[in-house]
Design a protein around this ligand. Structure first.
Ligand code: ZN
Length: 478
């Protein structure tokens, strides 16, 4: 059989991508007869006959298998629906390499109706974890077509996406409503029925047991998913990559204009909207592309209604471990009032009004970081608003040990909490001139900072507003 194997000099993975449907068997017959034969020999069942992305799987310059994806034309979601590796090449982590490559180059894929074997591989690769003997939490989501979803409640044939799998019944499972005990699960797959004794596992008490387990372990389950997700090598898209630079539109926007019949002017509007939303913290880097696709889709409709929790912005279902809405891309921990005000204020109090002390700039930078603004964007903001290069600021931060490995250190937190701007902002002292206050603050730096503020404000006599500020400070000081 080895004689037939296609060899590649450059190890380049061939990819078939089409906006139309690709017939998987046709490609196999036309180009990879030896793979098709091997599949027939071991009675391998293709899960899906069609795809729109077909990729070769290579090992040591040989084409030893393939995988296929349902690939959204917006280049945003890729859902793995078939994977096959020649038997003699299994055990070489070929599937793992494919998943990692997809994540590093592109985006986190999901998997259509995984078999138990696939879930066990995900566990071995560290992308999923057993929570007890049967229940598995996976950082990579499983997608079940609506027609293959079963439930103990009325379920409307909606496509299901879930992070959980039950090894004993060989089914992806998803809690719809914990309090009511509603749960949805995938229909059994032929492959699993043949290989495991999984057909008669599910009954009422079994489902109740699962719901009970989720009830008792909800915090652990959420934490496990978040930890697993944090370890994935997912490509971090920058704002510029997704929307383009000042003068041009990104590849993604160009494609979306072609695909969704959106005018050029509208595209520019969307570009501007995303920039503003991103800058205010409404969108995370990992949800930039989803947001872009959402805004280009002119009449996004709410189609899934059987979940307990929904996104406050678009009403689509969310899970409590979701960082962002998978439908509209909004950062779910975004607090519109809080975050936006802080950011606007931080941008408004920029440059010209104040003397640009490096300590002042460092404070502004650390504040952006503490507000979970992306590092690149924080640097960009600082460099654009102040007369400083990142290398200078970094030198200052390093020297004082305020910022290490992308995190604010304890020294950095202490620095922030003893900075005059911290007090000026915290007690809303905009009524006094910041520069003057800062000078006074540093001149008296031997004193307790609360005392410094009180002493400074005293000089304004009995202004009512100042008195209020002083009361606030005194309350915190005592
Ligand atoms: Zn949403």
């Amino acid at each position: 059989m080895d004689n037939n194997i296609i060899e590649k000099e450059d190890n380049a993975q061939r990819v078939f991508l089409s906006e139309d449907i690709i017939d998987v068997v046709e490609i196999l017959k036309d180009y990879y007869g030896y793979i098709y034969e091997s599949m027939q020999d071991e009675k391998f069942i293709l899960k899906y006959d069609q795809c729109n992305l077909f990729k070769e799987l290579l090992f040591e310059n040989k084409v030893v298998g393939f995988c296929t994806y349902d690939f959204s034309r917006q280049f945003i979601t890729a859902s793995l629906n078939n994977i096959y590796v020649l038997p003699e090449y299994r055990g070489n982590s070929i599937f793992k390499k494919e998943l990692i490559k997809t994540m590093e180059d592109h985006h986190k894929p999901s998997i259509m109706e995984p078999t138990r074997l696939i879930v066990e591989l995900l566990i071995r690769y560290g992308f999923a974890k057993k929570i007890n003997d049967d229940i598995v939490a996976s950082a990579i989501e499983f997608v079940i077509p609506g027609s293959h979803v079963e439930s103990n409640t009325v379920y409307d044939n909606e496509e299901l996406a879930t992070h959980f799998y039950d090894l004993k019944s060989c089914r992806s499972i998803h809690i719809l409503d914990l309090n009511k005990g509603y749960i949805a699960y995938s229909s059994p797959l032929n492959y699993d029925i043949i290989h495991y004794d999984c057909m008669n596992v599910i009954d009422k008490s079994y489902l109740n047991g699962i719901v009970e387990f989720f009830k008792n372990n909800d915090v652990d389950l959420m934490k496990t998913i978040l930890d697993l997700e944090d370890m994935l090598p997912i490509k971090n898209y920058t704002l510029e990559e997704v929307i383009g630079d000042d003068d041009s539109l990104s590849f993604y926007i160009e494609t979306l204009i072609d695909d969704s019949h959106v005018t050029y002017d509208k595209a520019l509007q969307i570009k501007q909207q995303i920039r503003e939303e991103y800058e205010s913290g409404m969108i995370l880097n990992e949800s930039l592309l989803i947001r872009l696709a959402y805004l280009f889709n002119e009449n996004p409709e709410v189609t899934i209604k059987s979940h307990e929790e929904t996104c406050p912005y678009c009403d689509m279902p969310i899970d409590d471990h979701d960082k962002y809405c998978h439908f509209c891309g909004i950062n779910l921990s975004f607090d519109a009032d809080d975050l936006q005000n802080n950011l606007i204020q931080s941008l408004n109090t920029s440059g010209s009004e104040f003397r640009e002390d490096i300590r002042f700039i460092a404070f502004k930078f650390l504040k952006l970081i503490s507000e979970k603004i992306d590092l690149d964007y924080s640097i960009f903001t600082i460099e654009n608003n102040y007369d400083v290069a990142w290398s200078q600021l970094k030198h200052f931060l390093d020297k004082n040990n305020y910022f290490r490995d992308g995190q604010i250190t304890d020294d950095g937190l202490d620095f922030m909490k003893s900075h005059p701007l911290y007090f000026w902002e915290r007690y809303q002292m905009q009524i006094v001139d910041y520069t003057d206050f800062e000078n006074y603050f540093y001149k008296n730096s031997g004193l307790n900072p609360y005392e410094i503020c009180l002493n400074y404000l005293k000089q304004f006599g009995d202004d009512e507003y100042i008195m209020e500020i002083m009361d606030d400070i005194k309350r915190d000081f005592n």
